[in-house]
Design a protein around this ligand. Structure first.
Ligand code: GLN
Ligand code: ZN
Length: 751
C-alpha cells in the first residue's frame, strides 16, 4: 500500500482564526484558556482534513513559530528573560517572540527562501538543553484521540542548531547535549507506540561544509536508541550531493522535494537503502497550482514498481507556504479557480494519487479527467497566452538593456537639469497611511465612494504630503503613495495576467499573514498605471517629484508565480510592463523615477552555485525596465532588509543612478562593502530607522552621516530614511525629517 501524507499543515485557519486569537490575547481581550481553545479547535479541524491520508501529522501546530517551540521544548530559553526553567506561561512564550517591557524580542529571520520568518534560537556557552515535551506530548495525545495513525514531526537537531545563533561559542560544541535530549524524546515516542516519526532537516538544502555533515553523523548516532522509525524530510532543493552521508544515517526513509528538484529522483532511486521508504514530494507545497495528476502518476507508477509498499506520496514540503482552502473563494474567475489548489485541495490530490496506486487508475477516473481538463485549459486559454506579449519577448534581444551613456556623463546631464545641492535629501516613497487615507481607500473598494470623490481625496493627501515636504525643505519629493495599500498589489491590480484571492493568506510571521497575488498569465500593462498621479503631484511644486514604481523582481518575488514557464520569463514580461510605465512617466515630464527592488536579494537561490544564473536574469529584468530612461532621467532604486555585500557586483551592474538602502540598524556597517567595492553610482544610505516611532536626534543622524561620508565620497551621497514611512505617524515623521534635513544642511556648509 502506498501511503499518502503531508509534512505539515498551515496553522492560521481558513479565515485566519489564529491571527485574531493571538491579537485578542495580546490586547487582553482573550484569556489563556480561550487562546488554548482556539488552538485545540484548529488542530482538530486540521486533523479531520487529513482523515483520508495514511497518517495525520502532529507537532506542526504552533502559537507563534515552530523553531521557537523547539527552542522552548529543548530548554534553550534565553537567560536574559529571567524565566524559570519549566513550562512557560503564554505571556512568557509570546515575550520571547515579541519582546516585553524589559527585553527586546528574540531575532527573527527568513525561513530558507520562503516568506515565512522564524525566531532564531539564542544559544551560549551556558545553554544546558533539557527536554520539556509536555506540550508536544499532550498535542500528540490529542492527535491519537482522533483514532487515526499519528506521525509526529520534529525539526531535526542539526537544523535546529544550524538555524540558531550562539553568542560566545561554536554552536557545534552544543550538538551532543542537544542530540541526547532528542534521544530521550524519541524513546518516549517509542513507548507511546508511535510507528513513524518525521524529522525535518531542511538545512540539507544549503551548502554545508564538512563540519556540518559530520554533525549529522554525530547527532544521529545519538538516535540509535529505542525509537520510532524515522522519515528524514528534506525540501527546497536537490540533496543528492549529500547522498553518501545521508544513506549512512540511522533513519528509515527519506522525503524528497520532487517539485523543486525532480532531477534528484534517479540518483536517489539507485542509492536508496533496501529497507528505506521514499516519500515522493510530487505536489507543489510552495505554489498554488493544481497538480497534473497524470504526470505525477507516471512518476509514481514507475516508483511503485520498484518500491512497492515503500513508496509514500506527499506534497513537496509543508503546506505552511500555501493558503488554506479554495472553498471560500467567491470572486475568482471560475476558469482560473479551476487551475488552483490550496492546502486542502493538495491533501485531496495526494490522497487521490495514493488511491490510484493502490486501487488502480480506474478508481480516480473522474479526478484524472478533471485534472486533464485543467491542464488542457491552462495550456490553451487566452487568459494565459497573449500573442503580443510573446512577440515582444521573442524580440527581447533587440532592446538595448544599457542606458545610452555611462553614469558619470548621465550624472552631469541630470545635475544640469535639476541643480541639486550636495547631499541631496529625499524619502523612500510612502508617507504615513493615516486612518483617513485607509478609510477612503476601503470605502472606494467597497463601492461606497465614487471614483471622483476618491480621486479628490487622494489628491488632497498628495497635496498635503507635497506641502509638508516643501516646508521641510526636502530636495527631491515623493507623492506619498496614499493610493497604495501594498506595493505589489497596487500594480498587480492594474496589470493583465494577475488574479487576487479573498482568503489566500499565508503566514509570514506570528500573526502577520500576506496574501500574495497570483500571476496566472502573460503579463502586460493595458494602460498607464501611475502617470496621472505623478503628473498631478509634479504640477503642485517646482521641486522634482519622483515617480514611484515596484520593480519586476519584487513583483515576481512577492506573488505566486506561474509554473508553466521559467520564473525568469515571467520576470521579463513584468520588466517590459514597468519599462512602458517608465517611458510614459518620462514623456509626462517626470525626470526622476524610482524602481523599488526590496526583494531582489531574497530571491537568491539557496545554493551558491545557482546565484550567478539568478542574478544575471534579475539584473537583466531591472535594466530592461530602466534602460528606456533618457540620460537626463534619473533612475533610483531602493532595497531593504538585506545584506548586500555578497551581491555588490550585481547591484552595481543594475546601474541605477541612485540606490537608497537600509543601513541605520547596522550603524552604517552595511555601507562598508560599498566603500570597499568602490561602488560607482550615487548612494543614499538610510540615516534613520523607520521601524520605530522613536525620533532620531540630530546628533545620531549626524554621526551616521559622518560615518557614511568616511566610507563613500561625499559627492556620491544622498540623505534619506531607511525605508518608506507608511507605518509612522505624521508628528514623529515631521520631526525626524526636519532633523535629517538640518544635518544635511550643516554638512554642506563644511564642503
Ligand atoms: N516605495 C516603498 C515605500 O516607501 C518602498 C517599500 C519597501 O521598500 N518595502 O513604501
Ligand atoms: Zn524599504
Amino acid at each position: 500500500m502506498a501511503i499518502a501524507h503531508i509534512l505539515g499543515y498551515p496553522r492560521i485557519g481558513e479565515k485566519r482564526a489564529l491571527k485574531f486569537a493571538q491579537e485578542a490575547f495580546w490586547k487582553g481581550e482573550l484569556n489563556a484558556t480561550g487562546l488554548q481553545e482556539v488552538g485545540k479547535g484548529l488542530r482538530e479541524q486540521h486533523w479531520q482534513k487529513q482523515a483520508g491520508l495514511g497518517f495525520i501529522t502532529a507537532g506542526d501546530f504552533t502559537f507563534y513559530d515552530h523553531v521557537l517551540d523547539h527552542a522552548v521544548m529543548f530548554g534553550a530559553v534565553p537567560e536574559r528573560f529571567g524565566f524559570q526553567r519549566g513550562v512557560l506561561s503564554e505571556e512568557q512564550y509570546f515575550a520571547l517572540a515579541r519582546g516585553n517591557a524589559s527585553q527586546p524580542a528574540m531575532e527573527m529571520t527568513k525561513w530558507f527562501d520562503t516568506n515565512y520568518h522564524y525566531i532564531v534560537p539564542e544559544l551560549s556557552a551556558d545553554t544546558r538543553f533539557s527536554i520539556n515535551a509536555h506540550e508536544f506530548l499532550s498535542r500528540l495525545d490529542e492527535a491519537q484521540a482522533q483514532g487515526k495513525t499519528v506521525k509526529p514531526v520534529l525539526l531535526g537537531p542539526v537544523s535546529l542548531l544550524y538555524l540558531s545563533k550562539a553568542r560566545d561559542r561554536d554552536r557545534l560544541q552544543l550538538l551532543d547535549g542537544l542530540a541526547e535530549q532528542y534521544a530521550y524524546l524519541l524513546r518516549e515516542l517509542y513507548h507511546r507506540k508511535i510507528e513513524w516519526l518525521q524529522i525535518d532537516e531542511p538545512v540539507l538544502a544549503l551548502d554545508l561544509d564538512d563540519q556540518w555533515l559530520k554533525a549529522f553523523e554525530r547527532a544521529y548516532a545519538w538516535l540509535r536508541t529505542q525509537r520510532p522509525k524515522i522519515l528524514l524530510a528534506t525540501y527546497f532543493a536537490n540533496v543528492s550531493r549529500y547522498q553518501g552521508f545521508i544513506t549512512g544515517l540511522p533513519v528509515d526513509g527519506i522525503h524528497l522535494d520532487l517539485v523543486r528538484a525532480p532531477e534528484q529522483l534517479a540518483p536517489w532511486l539507485n542509492a536508496l537503502p533496501g529497507h528505506w521508504v521514499l516519500s515522493a514530494g510530487v505536489v507543489d507545497g510552495r505554489n498554488i497550482w493544481r497538480n497534473d495528476l497524470r504526470r505525477s502518476l507516471d512518476i509514481l507508477q514507475t516508483l511503485a514498481q520498484k518500491l512497492g509498499d515503500r513508496l509514500w506520496v506527499a506534497p513537496s514540503c509543508s503546506l505552511l507556504h500555501t493558503p488554506v482552502t479554495l472553498a471560500h473563494e467567491e470572486n475568482l474567475d471560475p476558469e482560473i479557480k479551476h487551475w488552483l489548489a490550496f492546502a486542502d485541495e493538495k491533501i485531496a490530490e495526494v490522497a487521490t494519487l495514493a488511491r490510484a496506486l493502490n486501487e488502480g487508475e480506474g478508481s480516480i477516473a473522474s479526478e484524472l479527467a478533471a485534472s486533464d481538463a485543467a491542464v488542457q485549459s491552462r495550456r490553451t486559454s487566452s487568459r494565459v497566452h497573449n500573442a503580443d506579449v510573446q512577440a515582444r519577448i521573442t524580440a527581447l534581444d533587440k532592446i538595448n538593456p544599457e542606458r545610452h551613456r555611462a553614469f558619470a556623463e548621465r550624472k552631469a546631464v541630470q545635475q544640469a537639469r535639476y541643480n541639486l545641492p550636495a547631499l541631496p535629501t529625499t524619502t523612500i516613497g510612502s508617507f504615513p497611511q493615516t486612518a483617513d487615507i485607509r478609510a477612503s481607500r476601503a470605502a472606494f473598494k467597497q463601492g461606497k465612494l465614487s471614483t471622483d470623490r476618491y480621486q479628490q481625496d487622494m489628491q488632497q493627501h498628495i497635496e498635503f504630503a507635497i506641502r509638508e515636504q516643501e516646508a521641510l525643505d526636502i530636495d527631491v519629493l515623493v507623492h506619498g503613495e496614499a493610493e497604495r495599500n501594498d506595493m505589489v498589489e497596487y500594480f498587480g491590480e492594474q496589470l493583465a495576467g494577475y488574479a487576487f484571492t479573498q482568503y489566500g493568506w499565508v503566514q509570514s510571521y506570528g500573526s502577520r499573514c500576506v496574501k500574495p497575488p497570483v500571476i496566472y498569465g502573460d503579463v502586460y500593462r493595458p494602460q498607464p498605471m501611475t502617470v496621472e498621479t505623478a503628473r498631478y503631484a509634479q504640477s503642485l511644486t517646482s521641486r522634482p517629484v519622483k515617480g514611484m514604481l515596484t520593480g519586476p523582481v519584487t513583483m515576481l518575488q512577492w506573488s505566486f508565480v506561474r509554473d508553466d514557464q521559467p520564473r525568469q520569463s515571467t520576470a521579463m514580461q513584468l520588466a517590459l510592463a514597468i519599462r512602458d510605465e517608465v517611458d510614459d512617466l518620462q514623456q509626462a515630464g517626470i525626470g526622476i523615477i524610482q524602481i523599488d527592488e526590496p526583494a531582489l536579494r531574497e530571491g537568491l537561490p539557496l545554493q551558491q552555485a545557482e546565484w550567478k544564473q539568478y542574478l544575471d536574469w534579475a539584473v537583466r529584468a531591472f535594466k530592461l525596465s530602466a534602460s528606456v530612461a533618457e540620460d537626463d532621467t534619473q533612475i533610483h532604486t531602493h532595497m531593504c532588509y538585506s545584506e548586500f555585500n555578497d551581491i555588490l557586483p550585481a547591484i552595481a551592474a543594475m546601474d541605477a543612478d541612485v540606490i537608497t538602502i537600509e543601513t541605520s540598524r547596522s550603524h552604517m556597517e552595511l555601507l562598508d562593502g560599498f566603500g570597499e567595492f568602490a561602488y560607482p553610482n550615487d548612494i543614499g544610505p538610510g540615516v534613520y530607522d523607520i521601524h520605530s516611532p522613536r525620533v532620531p536626534t540630530i546628533a545620531e543622524i549626524e554621526a551616521l552621516l559622518r560615518r557614511a561620508a568616511s566610507v563613500v565620497p561625499l559627492a556620491q551621497l544622498w540623505v534619506n530614511p531607511d525605508c518608506g514611512l507608511k507605518t509612522r505617524g505624521w508628528a514623529e515623521t515631521r520631526t525626524a525629517l526636519d532633523n535629517m534635513v538640518q544635518v544635511a544642511k550643516q554638512l554642506r556648509t563644511e564642503l
